[in-house]
Structures are given as C-alpha cells and as structure tokens.
Design a binder for this molecule. Structure first.
Ligand code: ASP
Length: 325
C-alpha cells in the first residue's frame, strides 16, 4: 500500500464557524475522520505545519512547506496539501519552482465550503487528491472539482462555485471520473528532485490603469528587485512611463512586462509600444505563463541570481509546463 503524507495548512476546508466568521481550526485527525474511505487507498500520516486562512500565507510558508516535503521525501510515495483556495494557485506555482523534477505527486487541494457542512466539496476533493496521489508519477498539481491542473497553470477564477479553478493557457492534466483517474497528459519528468531553499521576495506587481501617475510607477519600481507590470493586451508601455522604466532598468532591476488579459498571454513584438522594448536588457515578458507563475518564478530566479543573462535564461527555461511559447 502506498504511503501518503497529508500536510494541512488551514483554509476553508479546515474552518470552524466563529462569531466573527469562518476561521481555520480543524486538526488533521478531524479532517481525515470526515473522509474514512481514504484508508482504503493508502496509509496516511499527517502533519500540520500551520493553520492559516490562506490570505495570510507568505513566501516563508512556501519555503516551510517545501522543507516539510524535502524532509519526508524518501519516506512517502506522495504528498497531499490541504490549503485555503484564495492563494492556493500561488502556493502551487511556488512549490513547482522550489521542488523540481519530482515524480512523487505533490497535490494541493482545498474546498469552497467547510468539511462539516452537508453540501461541502471538501470530502470529494480530499478523496480525489489521495486517489490521484496514489495513481502514479506526477509533478506538483492542484486537484479540485474533479480536475487535475498543473501547479503552474492554475488560477482561482470563481469565488463561490465548486469549480473554482481554471487551467490557464494549458489543458487539464487529468480528470477524476467516478473516483477514477483519467489522465490526458502523461508525466514526462526525469532525474532527481531538486529543492531550492531561497526566494527573493522583493518582487512587486503594478497593474496599469489609464492615467496612473508616473511618480507612482517610479516609486513602486524603486522599491523592488523585480517588477512585474501588468499592461494591456499583448503588452506595451505607455509613452508617459518610458523614462521611469529606463531608470528602473538602469538601476539593475528586472522588469517583466505582463498582460492584464487572462487568456493567451503576451507578445511584445506586435505593437510599437511593446516592440521598442523587446530586446532591452533586463526586460522580460511572460508569454503564456500565468501571473501566479510569473510572480513565483521571478522570486525563485532572483533568489538564485541577479545577473541579467542568467535571469533571462532561468526565467525562459520551462518548469512543470509553465511556458510553451
Ligand atoms: N479564505 C479562505 C482561504 O483561502 C478561502 C478558502 O479556503 O476557500 O483560506
């Protein structure tokens, strides 16, 4: 029988009702007691390194989770992480960079309703996650609402429905049908798992709006090592910020010119407003990567190097299906 480690971190899935709203409170024993069928799939052990609403999850927690997995990697066949849905896609993307080449499934899941509610999706999501974790080799992924999504491709696109997550610019990896795993994309990993222990959290995201003052643009850029600019369409920078951008780049910062449009990604070569920046050293674009992956990949890359050519090489090296361009 396979051995799976359950890592509980909090979230709605583990929430109790309190007078001031839902707050994480259930222990791993209480969670597992609600899904007794899991015992027929595998042997389970559990740890609970934190018990947070995922609004409060930070990069330090991603490193902590990666550390728990690294410590237990040899002793288990797979890992199921219960997590709040709000920042689950960021954690899944971060773990995809922090733990590369894993063939042992690292599955993240959560729920839209607490597990003690009759109409909860938590029991199904937990069962499906264990089922997928026992089904063979896989990288970091999300199992939610019967879908299996690559850890670098997920986004929370619904705040209330059971199908809260979408796979952006990439198909689902697999599906759970009547509790059976139907795989669409075979696992192609190779080699030994590689763990990273450092992230550069000096990364900021600036979403452009028409009329944003140039001083705001400049001051956000001056506060970080890596600036992601969510621009419009396939990407470009308004003339009003060109000199601000130049001084941000000249100070040795990395700028990623992304798009606010949820599907299909960037292509700076199309319009003059983007083309003029395309080959500017220090400036990158995410192409079809999700924002969650762009943010966490930049933290991972800058945690390793700030040398522009190496930043470019690492950023454009695909990891866990994050980049297809
Ligand atoms: N606020 C909760 C959290 O992310 C929402 C959820 O889990 O669905 O922890």
């Amino acid at each position: 029988m396979k051995k799976i480690l359950l890592i509980a971190t909090g979230g709605t899935i583990a929430c109790r009702r309190t007078q001031s709203g839902l707050a994480p409170g259930l222990s791993t024993e209480e969670l597992l007691a609600q899904v007794p069928d899991v015992k027929s799939l595998c042997e389970v052990q559990a740890v609970q390194p934190m018990n947070l609403d995922s609004t409060n999850i930070s990069p330090g927690d991603w490193l902590l989770l990666a550390g728990v997995i690294e410590k237990n990697y040899e002793s288990f066949d797979g890992f199921v992480i219960c997590h709040g849905t709000d920042t689950l896609a960021y954690t899944a993307a971060a773990l995809s960079y922090l733990i590369q080449n894993t063939r042992k499934p690292i599955v993240l899941t959560g729920a839209q309703h607490p597990i003690d509610r009759e109409d909860t999706d938590a029991r199904q999501n937990i069962y499906d996650s264990f089922s997928y974790a026992c089904s063979g080799d896989s990288g970091v992924c999300i199992v939610f609402g019967g879908r299996v999504i690559a850890g670098t491709r997920a986004r929370k696109t619904r705040t209330k429905s059971y199908n809260a997550f979408s796979s952006i610019n990439f198909p689902d990896i697999a599906e759970l049908r009547d509790r059976r795993v139907v795989r669409f994309i075979p696992y192609k990993g190779a080699g030994e798992p590689a763990f990273t222990h450092k992230l550069d959290t000096h990364v900021a995201l600036l979403k452009l709006i028409p009329g944003l003052p140039p001083e705001t643009f400049r001051s956000v850029g001056e506060l970080c090592h890596g600036l992601i600019i969510e621009s419009y369409g396939v990407g470009g920078i308004p003339d009003a910020y060109l000199s601000e951008l130049e001084s941000i780049l000249q100070a040795g910062r990395t700028v990623v010119l992304a798009t606010q449009v949820p599907q299909e990604g960037s292509d700076l070569s199309v319009y003059q407003v983007g083309h003029r920046l395309k080959d500017r050293p220090g400036l990158l674009e995410p192409f079809d990567m999700t924002l969650e992956s762009t943010v966490t990949k930049l933290m991972w890359v800058l945690g390793r190097t700030r040398e522009p050519e190496e930043v470019r090489r690492l950023f454009y090296t695909p990891v866990n299906y994050d980049l297809l361009f």
